[in-house]
Design a binder for this molecule. Structure first.
Ligand code: ZN
Length: 180
């Protein structure tokens, strides 16, 4: 796994470009990783509905929940599916729309300075071995490419408390930190 720091893209990973992005503010330093979880429909795995959602292609007639969310314009930089497959939506040097209203150590608008990683999962369920492996590997590659990240790793629920619950109670931070 490698990052081309000119294009902001991972090599050998599926690219699904999202229109839900823009430029980061000038002179911003990328220094935070935010971990999320998502599944569409909620609790169901293995479809390509998350990719459709982040590409504004979700069909509102496919599921009652899709009718609620299909007009939301959101994205993340990458998604790690249950199989461990990584899909990229937004180049890392651009701003993905993943965190919304948020605050990290006194700094608002975390999208400005963070990289958003979605895990296919729910707020309450466990995650797969392959997801921990790939997430750990991806984090180390991101830290190499953007050393200012250092150890700044957080969950969406920590930067948007009361509003967000992901990655959820089934996500084991110790397990992530103890990956070989
Ligand atoms: Zn989230």
């Amino acid at each position: 796994m490698k990052i081309n720091t000119t294009t902001g893209l991972l090599n050998d990973c599926r690219q699904c470009p999202s229109p839900n992005k823009d430029s980061r503010p000038e002179n911003v330093t990328i220094d935070l990783i935010v971990v999320h979880s998502i599944s569409l429909p909620p609790g169901q795995y293995g479809s390509n509905k998350i990719e459709h959602f982040f590409q504004n292609k979700l069909n509102k007639n496919d599921h009652p929940y899709f009718a609620e969310i299909h007009e939301m314009q959101v994205s993340s930089h990458v998604l790690i599916k249950r199989s461990g497959e990584i899909v990229q939506f937004v180049p890392f040097h651009e701003r993905a729309w993943h965190a919304g209203q948020s605050n990290y150590n006194g700094r608002d608008r975390c999208n400005d300075f963070s990289i958003g990683i979605e895990l296919e999962g729910t707020d309450t369920g466990p995650f797969e071995d392959e997801q921990y492996k790939q997430l750990s590997h991806l984090i180390s590659v991101l830290k190499d490419a953007y050393p200012t990240i250092s150890d700044n790793l957080t969950g969406h629920s920590d930067i948007s408390p009361g509003r967000k619950k992901d990655p959820g109670t089934g996500f084991d931070w110790n397990r992530l930190n103890n990956q070989p």
